[in-house]
Write a protein that binds this ligand. Sequence first.
Ligand SMILES: [Zn+2]
Ligand SMILES: [Zn+2]
Length: 228
Amino acid sequence: MTQDARSEIRADLMSRVPRWYSPWLHLLAPGIVGLAIIAFAVSRVHDPRGWELALVPLFFLASNAIEWHAHRDLLHRRTWPLEELYVRHTPQHHAVFVAEDMFIREWREMKLVLLPAWGVLAILVAGSPVAVLFVLVGAPNVAALWVATMTSYVLMYEWLHLAYHLPADGPIGRLRVTRWLRRHHQRHHSPQLMQKWNFNVTIPVWDHVRGTVWHAADAPAPAMPRRA
Ligand SMILES: [Zn+2]
Ligand SMILES: [Zn+2]
């Protein structure tokens, strides 16, 4: 896609952002609700046993695998009835942001990076049957730990993904941790690589398990420095 075509898509998408849209509200509202859910869930954990706490890293790993699958199968493939997720991601997010042009140019462009509020809610609703199941089998601590881990994961996804798309010379973009994690997602934003490689947005654990971490030998990826 040419630079002009991308600029046109960007201008068109931004012209459709409603006048009342507040990027700060978009960022803060799910964050505050999410933190409240985490605080509530943690407050429901009573005298946890070692094996219950040991499940937290497993829940994290499960969330990482779900992120990988959702990104590959829902965000990069048109899947009924969630076509909207595909449209927002592949022909929109990936059209505006490519590896060599990754950064938002104004705060309102957060609209093109953050999940819609209903999407955040949908993820939490989709994960809640697991909590119900744990309550039903008499493991309320595990249910609460699952809710806390899953919600933390969603917030981590949102905030890290936004951090990668913030200007590289800004206070967050230039942090060492942002630069280190951004590299993986930035490669994913190469149009030639996005359908096959680097599906983890947070921390690329499941990409390693599934062998989808892109290496220079796998496919050409112009416009970015070679992997060390
Ligand atoms: Zn992105
Ligand atoms: Zn993608």
